[in-house]
Structure formats: C-alpha cells, structure tokens
Design a binder for this molecule. Structure first.
Ligand code: NAP
Length: 345
C-alpha cells in the first residue's frame, strides 16, 4: 500500500516529538511536513527541537524545514499537538479547508459532532464524523489521564455498570509539555493542582462512555469526582480510582474480562497492543518506571484491585501520558479511521 502522507502540527513539543518517534518506521504513514510556532518556522527540525527522547532524531526528519501554521499541506492526514489555546481556530480552519485532522488538544473534544475516541472503548463514536458538515473531518483523543481511566473503566462498565467514580491522579511532569513545571517547583514536592485537568476528567469520561444515538452522544449518567496532582515522575500518569457499580462486583470475573479485553484484535492495526489493558497482581504494581512502557507505551496497567463492598471496588491504573495518553492514541485513531473510511471524506 502507498504510504499515507502525514503532517505534525506542534512537532517540536513533547507530544510532537512522540509523533515523530512513533511515525519514524510506520508501515502506512510517512511524515511529509512538520509545523510549529513562528519562532521555529524556517529552521531545520534538528536545530529547532529540544529533543528529549532517549533515541536519535529520525534521519528522515532531521533536516526537514519547519513550516508555519498558515502553510498549505500536501497530505492525507494532519496530527495536531498544538497547545489548546491556539489549536481551536487553527484546527477549525484546516477542517474547513478539507483536511482530516487528528487532535490531541482540548479545544474541540466536547463538540457534539466530534468523536472523542479511544478505539478500544468507543469505536462506534467514530461515526460522528459522518455528521460533520465541513469539507474535512476532525477526530480528537481525550485528556491523557482520562484515556487511562476510561480504558480501566470499560471492562467494569460492561460487566457491572457504573454509578459513581472518585479518582485521584498522580501525573508526570511531561504532561505539562516543555519546559513545563519549573524544577524548583516540582523537585521534592507534589503540587495538588493542574489547571483545567479536574474539569476534563469529570466531563470527558461521560462522553466517551456515553451512548451513540441518532442525535449525537447521550452522556453516561454517572458522576466523576477528580483530584489531580503533579508529581516528580518523568512519564506515566497514575490513577487511583474508587468506583460504585450498578451490579454486584465479582473480581475474578473482572480479571478474566481484563485478560480477554482486546476489542481491536480483528483489525490487526500496527499501533494496537496485544493487551490494551493488563491486570498486574503484584501488591506494589503498577509503577511508572516499571510498567509505563508495556505494550510499547500503549498498554494501560491495572493493579491494587480491591472489592470495597458488594457494589464498589477500587484500583490503581497507569497510563503512559505521551504515548497511549496522546500521540499513540492519535496514531491508533488514524489507523482505524484509515481502515474504516480510507482517505475518502
Ligand atoms: P508543548 O511541549 O508545549 O509543545 C507545544 C508545541 O506547539 C510546540 O511544537 C510549539 O512550537 C507549538 N506551538 C506553541 N505555540 C504555538 C503557536 N502559537 N502557533 C503554532 N505552534 C505553536 O506541549 P505538549 O505537551 O506537546 O502538548 C501539546 C498538546 O497536546 C496540548 O494541547 C496538550 O494539552 C495535549 N496533550 C499533552 C499531553 C502530554 O502528556 N504532554 C497529553 C495529552 C494531550 P515551538 O517549539 O515552535 O514553540
């Protein structure tokens, strides 16, 4: 198959670098342009980027000239890793011009006709693109912690139903982008506040786990209470959750469901891990340093599973925030979109 041409917006940033890394040897996609702010435009990628991944900058993009946001792109798909405060109008314009945009930014996530997609959890929501009246299309992926939370919640919801979720996160510094949180603020410290994060964690799961209807998505009816903390970890967001269920909890049944959870197995997608969610029985698992890279960073680890009462349980989940929680999820969204729709709009 001829490779699909892709563009990365925000290519020099924390998520943009992950896109560059994940797309370097991708069998179906090739990076044809990199875009960033006016400060970077015109420079070679290797000169403009403050590369902080533990691998070389891929040869194909090292000397690529960065372009600005008002460029015309010859491409099939665009990945957006722009800050939310600038992404909104740029993504709207690109979609109106006919581009197919896969965004990490929060700007359009809750728009009625925009899928907020985690393919293993709500693949049917991809059909929302068919209601978009623009020449192009827009698909978003959720907030990084939300992705980990909903992937862990999905088997619980399918088995027992969900009435209420209380969640506390411990989020890595890479989640704040680069340069992100000042070292003097975060070293030897925990900061119990991340701007806009708790609001996203309370609203986005209700859309993702909501039901697709003729009119859009009926939001899930359970409430989410969230407390988000920044911790001195490089990559990997930990999520400590308490869940009240509609039906009686059976932990053995839940562990079996997690072990068998692989809704995308028939699609054979390059970025889809064999096990999107794993249950780790060790009493001190999961841990960011040990488990964030499972499944190439695409697997969400669940541990500390405890039945609290007949209809309540708690667990800890771990998600790699820049891979499954950002660039990896967007690449997977594009792979499944390509499978279902090809490039046609
Ligand atoms: P980041 O490290 O700050 O990178 C921002 C990127 O956007 C850089 O390439 C920057 O280019 C570019 N940019 C900044 N201002 C711009 C402007 N006015 N016009 C055009 N380009 C501009 O941020 P990040 O952490 O990668 O986050 C990117 C997006 O992904 C955000 O919406 C964020 O909420 C979302 N997200 C992040 C994570 C995470 O774990 N970090 C997870 C999920 C979602 P220059 O280098 O030229 O300034």
């Amino acid at each position: 198959m001829k490779k699909r041409r892709v563009v990365i917006l925000g290519a020099t940033g924390t998520v943009g670098q992950r896109f560059v890394q994940l797309l370097a040897n991708h069998p179906f996609f090739e990076v044809v342009a990199l875009a960033a702010s006016e400060a970077s435009a015109g420079k070679k990628y290797a000169e403009a980027v403050h590369w902080h991944l533990p691998c070389e900058i891929p040869e194909d993009v090292r000397d690529m000239k960065i372009v600005g946001m008002d460029s015309t792109f010859e491409c099939d798909y665009i990945f957006s890793a722009l800050p939310s405060d600038v992404a909104g109008p740029i993504e709207t314009r690109l979609v109106e011009q006919g581009y197919i945009v896969f965004s990490n930014a929060a700007s359009h996530r809750m728009d009625q006709d925009v899928p907020l997609l985690v393919p293993e959890v709500n693949l049917d929501h991809i059909k929302l693109v068919e209601r978009q009246e623009t020449l192009g299309r827009l698909i978003t992926n959720p907030n990084c912690s939300t992705i980990g939370l909903v992937m862990a919640l999905k088997p619980i919801m399918d088995l027992f139903g969900i009435e209420f979720v209380n969640v506390v996160t411990m989020q890595a510094v890479s989640g704040a982008g680069y340069p992100g949180v000042a070292s003097l603020d975060i070293l030897d410290n925990v900061i119990p506040y991340i701007k806009n994060e708790e609001e996203k964690m309370c609203s986005e799961p209700k859309k993702i786990l909501g039901r697709l209807t003729e009119d859009g998505v009926d939001l899930a009816t359970f409430d989410v209470v969230a407390q988000c903390n920044r911790v001195p970890v490089q990559d990997g967001h930990m999520i400590s959750a308490y869940v009240e269920t509609s039906e009686k909890v059976d932990l053995d049944e839940l562990i079996r469901a997690i072990d068998n959870f692989n809704p995308l197995k028939d699609y054979k997608l390059f970025t889809a891990p064999d096990n999107p969610v794993v249950y780790l029985p060790d009493k001190d698992a999961p841990q960011p340093r040990l488990h964030r890279d499972l499944g190439g960073g695409m697997t969400v680890s669940v541990g500390r599973l405890v039945k609290v009462s007949e209809r309540a349980l708690r667990f800890v989940a771990l998600v790699h925030n820049t891979i499954r929680g950002a660039a990896g999820c967007a690449v997977l969204n594009t792979e499944i979109y390509e499978f279902l729709y090809g490039r046609g709009v």
